[in-house]
Design a protein around this ligand. Structure first.
Ligand code: PLP
Length: 393
C-alpha cells in the first residue's frame, strides 16, 4: 500500500476500520486455532467452537438477547434477505401482506420485491420531510393477513433513528412480526430487543469496527419466530443457516460487540462533539447549505448536507485527495441517479444531487475536522465561482 498520506476518512457508514483490539483476538484463529468450529472429534474443533460460543454471548449481550437467538450470517444483506424471504416463504399461502417504508436499504427493498413475486402485497410507507416514519401509519396499515413489518433502526444515508420502540409495541399488540435492520444502529444507539419488542434484527460487524463478511440475524425464541432458511446444507446454526462458520470473523465480531457494549456512551459523546464542530464550522464558512434529516432523532456521527447549486459528484472529485466522503449508500454510488432516500424527504432532484454524507467515527481526530472544514469550504467556493463564470460565458 502506498505511503503517501491518506485523505481524511469520513465515510464511517460505508464501513469502519477494524479496531486493533478486534484484530488482535482474530489473528490466532487464522493461524494456530484454525479448527472447524463444527468438528466435534478433536481439540482444534472444540477450541474454535468455544470461541464462537463466547462471541455469540458477546453479540447477544450487546442487544439484550439470549445467545440461542443469535444466528451468524455473512452480514446484514444476508440477514435482511433471510428475515424477509424466510418469513415470506414460511407463511406463503397463509399470509399475504408486508409493510415497510420507502427509505429502507436496497437489500430490504429487493427482498420485499421477492415476497411480492410470491404473492404478497407490500404497503410502502412514505416518511415525513425529516425522514421519520409515523408509528400511526404502521398501525393503520396492519391487516389481518399482515406477516411482517420491516423498519430500519437507523438510516444509512441520513442517520435518523426511527421510533422502533413504538413500532415494536404496535406490532406485538397486533401479533405481527417486526423486523429491523440495525446495521447502522449497533454501537451508535441503545439496542434492547426486549424494550423494542423486535422479532428479527439484522446486524453487520463491519459497520461497528469488526471485520467484513460477518453479521447476525437475531431470531426471537419467545414468542417463537418461524422462518424458512435460505441455505440448505449441514444444518449449522440450529438449521437456520447452513455453512461453516468463519471462526476468526465470528471472534472479531464478538470482540467488536464487547467494545461497543462497554464504550458506546463515551464514544457517542466524543463523536457528537466532533460532528457538531464540523457542522458549525461549515455553517460559518459556507453559505447556502442545508442539513437533510432530523437533527434530534439522529445518530451522533452523521451529517447529510446539501450545498445549493453544487453537484455532489464534482464536489467529491474535487475533494478526493483530502477527504473521503460519499453521496449516500456505497452500493448505489456508482449510479448517478439522485438518492431515493433524499427524494422521499421531498428534495428536488437538484437538491438531492447537491447533497453528501459525512460521518465521523471512532478513529476521527479533532485536527481532521479542521482539515475537512477547510477542504470543503475551499472546494464549494471554487465550484460556485466556476459555475457563476460558466453561466456568464
Ligand atoms: C451496510 C448496510 C447493510 C449491508 O450490510 P453488509 O453486512 O455489508 O451486507 C444493510 N443495511 C444497512 C442499513 C447498512 O448500512
Amino acid at each position: 500500500m502506498s505511503q503517501k498520506t491518506r485523505p481524511v476518512y469520513l465515510d464511517y457508514q460505508a464501513t469502519t476500520p477494524v479496531d486493533p483490539r478486534v484484530m488482535d483476538v482474530m489473528t490466532p484463529f487464522f493461524t494456530e486455532a484454525f479448527g472447524n468450529p463444527h468438528s466435534t472429534s478433536h481439540s482444534y474443533g472444540w477450541e474454535a467452537r468455544d470461541a464462537v460460543e463466547e462471541a455469540r454471548q458477546q453479540v447477544a449481550k450487546m442487544i439484550n438477547a439470549d445467545p440461542r437467538e443469535v444466528v451468524f450470517t455473512s452480514g446484514a444483506t444476508e440477514s435482511n434477505n433471510m428475515a424477509i424471504k424466510g418469513v415470506a416463504r414460511f407463511f406463503e399461502g397463509r399470509k399475504s401482506h408486508m409493510i415497510a417504508p420507502v427509505t429502507e436499504h436496497k437489500c430490504v427493498l429487493e427482498s420485499l420485491k421477492y415476497a411480492q413475486k410470491l404473492g404478497y402485497e407490500i404497503t410502502w410507507l412514505s416518511v415525513a420531510s425529516n425522514g421519520l416514519i409515523d408509528p400511526d401509519d404502521i398501525r393503520n396499515a396492519i391487516r389481518d393477513d399482515t406477516a411482517l413489518v420491516s423498519v430500519m433502526h437507523v438510516n444509512n444515508e441520513i442517520g435518523v433513528v426511527q421510533p422502533v420502540n413504538q413500532i415494536g409495541a404496535i406490532c406485538r399488540e397486533k401479533g405481527v412480526y417486526f423486523h429491523t435492520d440495525a446495521a447502522q444502529a449497533a454501537g451508535k444507539t441503545a439496542i434492547d430487543v426486549q424494550d423494542m419488542n423486535v422479532d428479527l434484527m439484522s446486524l453487520s460487524a463491519h459497520k461497528m469496527y469488526g471485520p467484513m463478511g460477518i453479521g447476525a440475524l437475531y431470531v426471537r425464541r419467545k414468542p417463537r419466530v418461524r422462518l424458512e432458511p435460505l441455505m440448505d446444507g449441514g444444518g449449522q446454526e440450529r438449521t437456520m443457516r447452513s455453512g461453516t462458520l468463519p471462526a476468526p470473523l465470528v471472534v472479531g465480531f464478538g470482540m467488536a460487540a464487547k467494545l461497543v457494549t462497554e464504550e458506546r456512551d463515551t464514544e457517542t459523546t466524543r463523536v457528537r462533539d466532533l460532528r457538531d464542530r464540523l457542522l458549525k464550522g461549515l455553517q460559518q464558512r459556507v453559505p447556502d447549505l442545508y442539513v437533510n434529516g432530523d437533527m434530534e432523532h439522529r445518530i451522533a456521527g452523521n451529517l447529510n448536507i446539501g450545498f445549493k447549486g453544487i453537484d455532489s459528484e464534482t464536489l467529491m472529485d474535487a475533494l478526493k485527495e483530502r477527504v473521503a466522503i460519499s453521496s449516500g449508500s456505497a452500493c448505489t454510488s456508482a449510479a448517478v441517479e439522485p438518492s431515493y432516500v433524499l427524494r422521499a424527504l421531498g428534495l428536488s432532484d437538484e437538491d438531492a444531487h447537491a447533497s453528501v454524507r459525512l460521518c465521523v467515527g471512532r478513529m476521527t481526530a479533532p485536527e481532521e475536522i479542521e482539515v475537512v472544514i477547510d477542504a470543503i469550504s475551499d472546494a464549494v467556493r471554487t465550484l460556485r465561482a466556476d459555475g457563476a463564470r460558466a453561466s456568464v460565458a
